[in-house]
Ligand binder design. Structure first.
Ligand SMILES: [Cu+2]
Length: 58
C-alpha cells in the first residue's frame, strides 16, 4: 500500500465478502485488520479479495 486510496481499495474489496464485521487498513505500516465471522468466510477468501485488487498478502 502506498497511499490512502490503497487503504480504501482494500477496505472496499474485503467488505464485499459476506461475514465481514469490520476492516481497517494502514498504508504507513502496510497492515490490514479484519474482523470476520469464521462461519461465513475465512482468511483465504479475504487474502484472495485483497490480492485481486493488486496487493501482496503476507
Ligand atoms: Cu495508493
Amino acid at each position: 500500500m502506498t497511499c490512502t486510496d490503497c487503504e480504501a481499495s482494500i477496505k472496499k474489496g474485503v467488505k464485499e465478502l459476506s461475514g465481514i464485521d469490520s476492516v481497517s487498513a494502514n498504508y504507513k505500516d502496510s497492515t490490514a485488520f479484519v474482523r470476520f465471522d469464521s462461519a461465513k468466510t475465512n482468511l483465504k477468501a479475504i487474502s484472495e479479495a485483497i490480492a485481486k485488487r493488486g496487493y501482496e498478502v503476507k
